[in-house]
Design a protein around this ligand. Sequence first.
Ligand code: IPD
Ligand code: CA
Ligand code: CA
Length: 268
Amino acid sequence: MALHDDFSRFSIELARQAGELLLEYRGKLRSVRYKSSRIDLVTEADIECQAFIVKQIRKEFPDHSILAEENPTGEEDSGHRWVIDPLDGTTNFVHGLPVFAVSIGLQIDGETCCGVVNNPAAGNCYHAIAGQGAFRNGQPIGVSKQKLLIQSLLVTGFPYVHDEKFHLSFELFHDFHNRVQGLRRFGAAALDFCYVASGQMDGFYEFNLKPWDVCAGALICREAGGKVTGWTGGKMPFQGTTVVASNGSIHREMLEILGQEKYSLFFS
Ligand code: IPD
Ligand code: CA
Ligand code: CA
């Protein structure tokens, strides 16, 4: 759809410029503050990058609404809603690791129509338009063909809040580790989806994510031929409370592990 292409072009350019802004802050951070806990960081790069993105969207689409991590207060959904994580992987960014990204998704009437995840430090910009496939730096990407969980490489993540679910998630980690070839924790959920989308990882699961962590990445993964659901196999919750993304072939095996009775706490 022509309009979707226009939105997509706009968001790719925006994510590229935002990525440049993040690179300028690397190694020059003046303030690192805490949010929900002493491990939940926010820097001036997060704040400035979000301000830049929001300003450009307001200028171009004044009647669209915005849901962005650093001030997620209830703006009414006007039908066109931009869902933004200005810096996914803040902890990596603060420590000088190149695994961080700008994530921008656009939803129309609650469905994501285009998404971009730009990892400027690696020179990789992923994007997708609903129904038109997924791309890295403009080249089509696709999920892996791996059929067996035991030969799969998975990625996961952990929330900042260290509650009962967090503690139980290590038993889950252990369960998965016994059933796969390898299990990684990179620290940027938006990119985790893209690694599945590009076939580098075969699957990804996480809980307690947020809309801005999942909106763009989930579309990119689906458009690359992958499957994205919640942990019971139904539609992935927009809130990101439970997420499983895979190449499709290993999805059922992943859901079997996640759906065990002993993990019912994750669904409460
Ligand atoms: C975090 C990353 C991480 C995930 C956390 C997220 P942030 O986002 O995506 O991989 O495990 O749950 O909060 O704070 O770096 O934008
Ligand atoms: Ca994030
Ligand atoms: Ca963030």
